[in-house]
Ligand binder design. Sequence first.
Ligand code: 26W
Length: 810
Amino acid sequence: YLAEHERKMQLTKEEFKNRLKRKLNDYYEEDIDTASTSELFAAISAIVRDGYAPQWRRTRIAETKQKEKQVYYFSIEFLPGTLLKSNLLNLGWLKTVREALSDLGLDLDKIAEYEPDMALGNGGLGRLAAAFMDSLASTGYTGNGNGIRYKYGLFKQKFVNGYQRELPNDWLKKEGHWEVRRESKSVLVRFGGKVNMVEDNGWLIPQYEGERVVRAVPYDVAVVGYQDGLTNTLRLWDAEIPPEEELNYPTISDRRRVEDLTSILYPDDSNYEGRLLRLKQEYFFVSAGLQSILDYYITKLGNKNFAQLSDYVAVHINDTHPAMAIAELMRLLVDEHRVDWDTAWNITQKVMSYTNHTIMAEAMEKWDVNMMSELLPRIMQIITEIDRRYCEGLKGRVSDAVIDRTRIIKNGQVQMAHLAIIGSHSVNGVAALHTQLLETEVLKDFYNLYPERFNNKTNGITLRRWLQIANPELSDLLDQTIGKEWRSDSNKMLNFEKYYHDTKVLNQLHEIKLDNKKKLAKFVKEQTGIEIDPTAIFDVQVKRMHAYKRQTLKLLHILKLYQDLKARIDHPKRVIIFGAKAAPSYVFAKQIIKVINETANMINNDPDIHGKLKVVFLENYNVSLAEKIIPAADISEQISTTTKEASGTSNMKLMANGALTVATMDGANIEIKDAVGEENIFTFGLNKDQVYKYYAEKSYHPRKMYEEDPVMKKAVDALIDGTVPNCSSEGQALVNNFLSDNEQFLVLADFEAYLKAQEKVEQTWAQKRIWQQMSLVNIAHSERFDSDKTIERYAQDIWHLKKLKIEKVD
Ligand code: 26W
């Protein structure tokens, strides 16, 4: 067998060409030179699927044999991006396939472009979930993703007259899918109706009346681990009408209501809306996931003793969206498997763990009790009982005020974060500062009650995608200098620091960056018609559009630079590059987009500027676009109001690609500074105490700052004095916001410090060698944010997993 295994793993160019020929012939009766891009993509992806199939099977067999504990990562979003190149890389085939195609006169990158992004997520939270999937498989842990197979992914963004327009993202209509429909693993999920509790052998059993039954059908996507890693499963659920229930869904609109359940991904990032469909989605994937876990536990592991469940199963709740897993597991254990409440509760707490991703009050999920009672009557009863017991258990031990602040049901609402904390054994934040703020501010009462539950797990990124796939030139330079081990052991990247004084390497770094910038310049020209100079500073801010992320601060800096250039005050050439989607209902974010687009238009077409400043706002920022922008960045803008960005992850991707960070001391920026040292990052702005002081004392008076600082005033005024054209109402909205005492994100308070930081950027840019040295240090230290390391910490501290050993038999 081993020989067979080796042969499959070490695909030769010739073998690949043969397989490609065969697939094209079998599927389409085409030859390599007549096949279309979509056909080529479908054929190559089929070869890749054949390539990982044996390891996928072996992983499943090893799981049931070794019975190691498995984690199930419950997340309402997964944002893997495209999979062709990452699957090729992880199989060890990327180089071979690229070369084989090139022999045939074909370009892998062009074919790969055909693949639509699997964009089943909004931003950081979904991308993190995808990175964790990759890292679990690559580090040898059996981990399963559990989520929703949205028919439409995150909307496609277009700009029309500078305004954001949203188009549906119909990703499934293309060829070459990675998913496998597993109809035999379907389960039923119930909504609505009435519950009556009836006695059965001394046990109170719910009887349902008039409920609607939906069939959850899983689509499994292989998660291919790097090299000798496992091949795990990302299970995404689709909603269908159960065949035996067809008669209960007689009309098209009845049927559509079921299909709608998994039809769209909510496009809101950090803004909570208590919509019924969203509640349905949350319960749907949570219930389906838990049912399939228990099925597996009972049938495959042959275990009926649920007291041991936590020795075999960990369920992770990614933000509060899957927090109903706590009540649903209680329901399954108590109602369906007749485990007594106390035992069931004990099991549940041991199984569940929860990550918080935000301290923004408006993102905190709270469901209306009436809505939940109607849609999920039994779940609401169970949550009510959890809440009752929680309060009862604390009565007399802590003040009534504490109980009142921390209980689950309050003012007719279910506080999902409270449910998640009370029902879990672990609660973690996503960066050191964020966890500290959870402990001392946002979740202070809970921290006092259960300090042992709290822990930090700073986010990470998959360096495989962001270096090996997105930046092959830099990856080659690392190979040539420090050797290839960094590709599987990121600790080795620290050795790159040894080249700090190596002029040749520093020059190579410069050349690679220049090359990446040329490629991006070409892309920008094709997409927007805008010419940008690859020798300019490429200054990048890529992330969701949000007031707290302060793209507005960048905008004010742009206006200041523009005004300087108009007054013949010189600056080094700069290209500011934005990528950002706004939630469709987020009016202010959309206004910012319009103003930035109009500002860009004005500056890019002003002959007085002589191309010294360009502003490019690329449409439809997503994982694929990130792979083009990030390797070309000189500057990484991480300028959120301190305390507001839980972690950030674009900061990590950009540093790994040698961009220098301009940063507030927020989220993971602090840890980036710790890693690279103060002299290798441009920090500025209010610290957390200053921010909280403004809030506590209500002492923020931006109008005064504006009136006293002529530079600030001039930049702000440009938005309303006719300087920036075609957006007077949007410009006015921004200015009103900046000047309000209630402006929470303190944009003007950080303006001056931000300009100073940017002056330092300019001075450093003039010292090319120092810039390259700083860049080198950033690349070397990005190893700290390798998601493989993050996942090791989750596996050890929270989930208590052991690695699976794959036996080499088929
Ligand atoms: C209920 C509406 C809603 C939807 C999504 C609220 C909140 C969210 C997410 C928590 C938003 C999100 O993606 N948060 C980001 O998570 C990243 C991964 O931990 C962090 O790096 C970012 O700082 C955080 O904003």
